[in-house]
Design a protein around this ligand. Structure first.
Ligand SMILES: Cc1ncc(COP(=O)(O)O)c(C=O)c1O
Length: 265
């Protein structure tokens, strides 16, 4: 279809006023549209196609599994593929994480982590703990629960009446320091904001704190100052609050370590 005209089909596009080229195939870091135009794929790589398009090993593994069985419901069965993958993930994960729970995408993963945290608090006799604290300038997904945690004001504004109360703290954003400080004067006030917020909300009401180790979709690779996550961990431990690292964008090698939290002790 000619560029300049809008797509004339039945897909509900994210922006109906924009033209979307039809991708025909992907190879390595490139996508090719039906007119043969080549694109360096800077969009899919961050979120999903982290090792590129058209990887033969993946193609063969999918075909092999499809020939055996396409789907087994997790409420009744397991499969060799699930068991093998869980084992590999646990081997890569930080110490102490020894189970993998499979879901369909990032938003569902975030909401599942929030639910697991809540269930953990109830099961250990702390049923008053339900709040999850997150950060401004963050992205945790677009379903209502994940959107509530996300700190992207534009993406949240339409849906505010539909989402629950989720306290947000300031981001670890050195380039635009929320306290107006230069890095040399940094005293990790952005991490201390977590403690203040836990105290304002009431520690007995807080279940978990969630953060992207390196912020991705809202700011483009915000790396926290050194010592930030150590201080966050200390605060979480002090108030018995679980720490959820949202590694949807950063996990599995995308920052040079298996998981981005591995960059800090
Ligand atoms: C850090 C983070 N969490 C969650 C999500 C949501 O993932 P999904 O789009 O698969 O629901 C994203 C998506 O970009 C993300 O970057």
């Amino acid at each position: 279809m000619a560029r300049g005209t809008l797509n004339q089909d039945h897909v509900f596009y994210r922006n109906p006023a924009r033209f979307y080229p039809t991708v025909d195939r992907g190879r390595g870091v490139y996508l090719y549209d039906t007119d043969g135009k080549r694109y360096l794929d800077g969009a899919g790589g961050a979120a999903l196609a982290a090792i590129g398009h058209g990887v033969k090993d993946i193609e063969r593994a999918i075909a092999r599994q499809l020939r055996k069985v396409a789907f087994t419901h997790g409420s009744q069965f397991t499969s060799e593929a699930a068991v093998t993958l869980a084992g590999r993930l646990v081997a890569l994960a930080p110490a102490g994480l020894n189970r993998a729970y499979f879901v369909s995408g990032g938003s569902e993963a975030v909401e599942t982590a929030v639910k697991l945290a809540r269930q953990y608090q109830v099961d250990r006799g702390q049923p008053s703990r339900f709040k999850v604290i997150s950060r401004w300038t963050s992205y945790h997904g677009n379903t209502l629960g994940a959107l509530a945690l996300s700190g992207h004001t534009g993406r949240r504004q339409y849906y505010l009446p539909l989402i629950g109360h989720t306290p947000h703290i300031v981001p670890a954003y050195c380039y635009r320091c929320p306290f107006g400080l230069a890095p040399a004067a940094c005293a990790l006030d952005c991490a201390a904001d977590l403690e203040k917020t836990i105290l304002y909300e009431g520690p007995e009401s807080v279940s978990a704190f969630i953060a992207e180790p390196v912020v991705g979709a809202t700011a483009g690779a915000l790396v926290p100052p050194s010592g930030y996550f150590r201080k966050i961990r200390e605060i979480c431990d002090r108030y018995d609050v679980l720490f959820i690292a949202d590694e949807v964008m950063t996990g599995l090698g995308r920052t040079g370590k298996a998981f981005a939290v591995d960059h800090w002790d």
